[in-house]
Design a protein around this ligand. Sequence first.
Ligand SMILES: Nc1ncnc2c1ncn2[C@@H]1O[C@H](COP(=O)(O)OP(=O)(O)OP(=O)(O)O)[C@@H](O)[C@H]1O
Length: 455
Amino acid sequence: MFDINKFWQHFNDEMRERFNEVAYNAWFKNTKPVSYNKETHELKIAVQNPVTKGYWEKNLSTQLIQSAYGYANIEVIPVFQIEGDSSTERLVTPKPQTQPLREKTQRQETNAFVRNLKLNDKYTFDNFVQGEGNKLAAGAALAVADSPGSFYNPLFIFGGVGLGKTHLMQAIGHQMLAERPNAKVVYIQSETFVNDFINSIKNKTQDQFREKYRTCDLLLVDDIQFFAKKEGIQEEFFHTFETLYNDQKQIVMTSDRLPTEIPDLSERLVSRFTWGLQVEITPPDLETRIAILRKKAEAENLIIDDSTLDYIASQVDTNIRELEGALVKVQAHATIEHEDINVNLAREALADLKLVQKNQGLQISKIQEVVANYFQTSTYELKGKKRVRQIVVPRQIAMYLSRELTDSSLPKIGQEFGGKDHTTVMHACDKISREIKTDSDIKTAVFDLKQMLDR
Ligand SMILES: Nc1ncnc2c1ncn2[C@@H]1O[C@H](COP(=O)(O)OP(=O)(O)OP(=O)(O)O)[C@@H](O)[C@H]1O
C-alpha cells in the first residue's frame, strides 16, 4: 500500500538535504501531494503558482519519480495543478520558447575573465524576504539562478521604485558566482550600456565593447526603460541579446514597466523580451514589511520589539528603500538621544517625515469615486465586468484619467479596476484619447472631471 503522505515526508527529507533553505522554501514548502491513482499511477501534486509548476515539471519531476521508485518500487506519473494562488503579482506567461539556433556550447570555465561589476554583497537570496508581492518574481529568479540560460530566458522583472528588482537580479549573479567563481557576470545600469556604446564609437573600440557584452555568461541589465527612444542603442542591444540568447547565456532585465509600455521600444526587442518570462513585483503588505525590517534589524544587531517594528512598517507602505531609510532614521535618533528603541522614540524620529505615501498625489480610488459620482454609477460597477455602455464609458474614462493624472503603470491601473489586464487599460486609454477629438460629450466629461480632480 503506497501512502502518499509518508512518501511525501520521505521525499521532502531527501530534498531538504539537497537544497539550501531559500530554495527549499520556494519549491517545497507550499507544494502538497493531492492524490495517487493506483490504476494509472498518476500522482497529483498541488503547487502554488505557474513558476513553481514550471520548475517542478522541468527540474524536480525526475527526482520525484526516482525517489518514488526507490521508496515503493512504483513508477509514478507526476501531474501538477495550481491551487488557490491569491497573489496579486502578475505573471505574463511566456510564448512558447523558441529553440536557440545553435546547439548548446560547452561552457568555458577556464581562463574566463571574471567581470563581477559592482554586485552589492547584501543583495543575495538569503537576505531577500519573500512575501505576497514578490514571491513569483523571487521564484522565477531562483529558477533562473538554478538553471541559467535554459529556464526563463530572458527574465524580465518589472515593478515600482524600490521594491527589490535590483536586489533579486543581483542575487542571481551572486548565486552563479558562488557556483562557478570563474563565470563572467556583467551587471550594468542601462545607462552604462548607452555610455559604453557611445564611447566605443568615439574611441573606435567597438570590438572591445562587443567582447565585453557578447561573451558573458550572465548579463544583468537594470532599468531597461532608459532604452526608450534610443534607436541606435536598441539596435546594438538587439545584437547583444541575439548572440547571448543563441549561446544559451542568461539575460535578466529590470524595468519600471512592461516592455510594451516602454516608449518606442522596437518591435523586435519587445517580442524578444517576451520569449522568456515577465514577472511583476508589487508593493509589500504589512506583514512582509515587518519581516524585512526584522531581518535588517537583526543584521545590524538592533534590538527592536514587535510593536515598534509594526509601527515603523505602518509608516512606509510602498517603497522598501524608504522603509530602510525609516529604520536608519530611528536608529540614528536612538543613538543621538542615548535611548532604547521603542514606539515613542520611533514616533518622534519619524514625525517630521512625510512618509506615508498613500496621501501623496492623486489616488486611483479618488478618480474612481469622482468619476462614479459624475456618471451616477458606483465604483463597484467601474471595477466590475458589465459591458453596458452606461458603465463601459465611465470605466474607460476613469482608466484614462488614472493614466493621465497618476504615475501608475498600466498593470497597476488594471489591478485597481478589479484585476483587469493591462491591454484592457491600454485599449481604454487609446479609445478615450481618440474620442476626445471626435465626441464632444466625452470631451466635456473629461474636461469637467479634470477640473474636479484638480484640487
Ligand atoms: N524582499 C526584500 N527583502 C529584503 N530587502 C529588500 C526586499 N526588497 C527590497 N529590499 C531592499 O530595498 C532596497 C531597494 O531595493 P532595490 O534597489 O532592489 O529596488 P528596485 O526595485 O531595483 O528599485 P529602483 O526601481 O529604484 O531601481 C534595497 O536595499 C533592497 O535590499
